[in-house]
Design a protein around this ligand. Structure first.
Ligand code: B16
Ligand code: MG
Length: 216
């Protein structure tokens, strides 16, 4: 039994599915650079920072460019991505998210976002979920990307809680590693093959109970 006092949620892939918008923007960039970027290739970018994602993409295309050009390409991709997410609506909140957040908050369990994305604020505003979180840690606040635990440790710190009383919800392998490195329990949201190192793996947030979490 753990003394559950806070839950930290990854954003992309846990609360909303923005992976499809990232993919559309990366694919457009690859097309401009004259190579094909598939949905399968996109898997490797989940939970990975923008610049690290660009490196993976350029590697796939066998493209070598200067640091300045990399910055330009990343900004170009982000411009398209921001355009896509600016049309998001609350309908895009993944099933079970609101119910779980409400149940946790009713019990006095604090909630936070721990995302690698620099666009997390825009997304939360678009889907109207900002008021559901006591702390929001995103790519603008941190220096080290997952699997470094910084993003989740910062989340615990802003909630004034020890890491050992927090549970992390993550859809990416790097995020699970970050939670483990931070000394937190973690729930993988997605496939058990990919997220096997998590304390519990669930397909989505629909059926998870607070009892299951405190039993971790
Ligand atoms: P941005 P998460 C991550 O968000 C995404 O999973 C990943 O695909 C993306 O590259 C990263 O954010 C950076 O996003 O370009 O918007 O700063 O899963 O940590 O919520
Ligand atoms: Mg994610």
């Amino acid at each position: 039994m753990m003394d559950l006092r806070g839950c930290i949620f990854d954003l992309d892939g846990v609360i909303v599915d923005t992976a499809k918008y990232h993919f559309m923007a990366w694919r457009r960039l690859a097309k401009e650079l004259d190579f094909t970027f598939t949905l399968e290739d996109n898997e490797a970018l989940k939970g990975v920072s923008r610049m690290a994602s660009l490196e993976i993409l350029l590697n796939k295309g066998g493209i070598h460019v200067s640091e300045e050009e990399k910055a330009r390409l990343a900004a170009r991709k982000n411009g398209w991505y921001v355009e896509f997410i600016s049309g998001m609506t609350p309908d895009e909140i993944l099933p079970g998210s609101i119910k779980l957040l409400r149940a946790l908050r009713r019990k006095g369990i604090l909630t936070a976002i721990g995302s690698a994305s620099k666009n997390a604020g825009t997304i939360l505003d678009r889907i109207g979920l900002r008021p559901m979180f006591d702390a929001i840690i995103d790519g603008n606040k941190i220096h080290k990307a997952k699997p470094d635990p910084e993003v989740f440790l910062r989340g615990a710190e802003e909630m004034n809680l020890p890491p050992s009383s927090c549970v992390v919800f993550e859809d990416a392998q790097a995020g699970i590693e970050a939670a483990i490195a931070g000394g937190m329990k973690c729930v993988g949201v997605g496939s058990p093959e990919l997220l096997g190192r998590a304390d519990l793996v669930i397909p989505d947030l629909r059926k998870i109970t607070i009892k299951q979490l405190t039993n971790l």
